[in-house]
Ligand binder design. Structure first.
Ligand code: ZN
Length: 201
């Protein structure tokens, strides 16, 4: 198997949490959100985007990203976090005094403008992809924007690999289900869908 260098791989995530980012130190795999932050916590800056970062496109925002409700300034914080982190969190811009809340977008709410450019970035990465691995996500009907993003972006020669949890006795059914579902969603894709049902639930 040919291993690609990290910069040719991108991760698109719909999760708000920081599971991946919290492990940057341990795994020495670093991420780049592809967002222009107005302020980065110095503790975060020490490892954010360092050495060959992998684009991590979080289409619904992220808990470690805070936005000022007053001036829209985007802050990037350290990913390890306690529940009261955003309590009394103030904007870092002098004389703003705005309240900073998590930059989370469900879907395309009031921060639509800020997140839309990231959706376009995702589109470009998907258009260039020769292989897309979908992990633990099944394009539910209500995620119309995500479905449209993939339908509009994927080229017809792309290889799609689906990785999901499955009970041992349901592997066959699940494989069939995914094949049918992906055929319905992406009828123009020429390659067959690779399916890996792993682990127990
Ligand atoms: Zn502000």
């Amino acid at each position: 198997m040919k291993i690609k260098p990290p910069q040719t791989t991108s991760v698109i995530s719909l999760n708000f949490d920081c599971m991946l980012q919290g492990k940057e130190f341990i795994n020495k795999v670093y991420f780049d959100y592809l967002i222009d932050f107005d302020w980065i916590d110095p503790h975060r800056a020490q490892f954010y985007r360092c050495s060959n970062p992998i684009p991590l496109i979080k289409l619904n925002g992220s808990l470690d990203q805070g936005i000022c409700e007053n001036c829209g300034r985007l802050h990037l914080y350290y990913p390890f976090r306690y529940r009261t982190f955003y309590k009394n969190k103030a904007c870092t811009k002098q004389q703003c005094g705005g309240r900073v809340t998590p930059f989370i977008v469900i879907p395309h709410g009031k921060y639509g403008e800020k997140i839309n450019s990231l959706w376009n970035v995702a589109k470009n990465h998907l258009k260039e992809a020769d292989k897309v691995t979908v992990i633990g996500y099944s394009f539910p009907e209500y995620d119309k924007d995500v479905i449209k993003l993939f339908q509009d972006s994927l080229n017809t020669n792309v290889r799609i690999e689906v990785v999901d949890k499955c009970r041992d006795n349901q592997k066959k059914e699940q494989t069939e289900y995914f094949r049918k579902r992906y055929r319905g969603l992406f009828p123009d894709i020429k390659q067959s869908i690779e399916n890996h049902n792993t682990g127990r639930i």
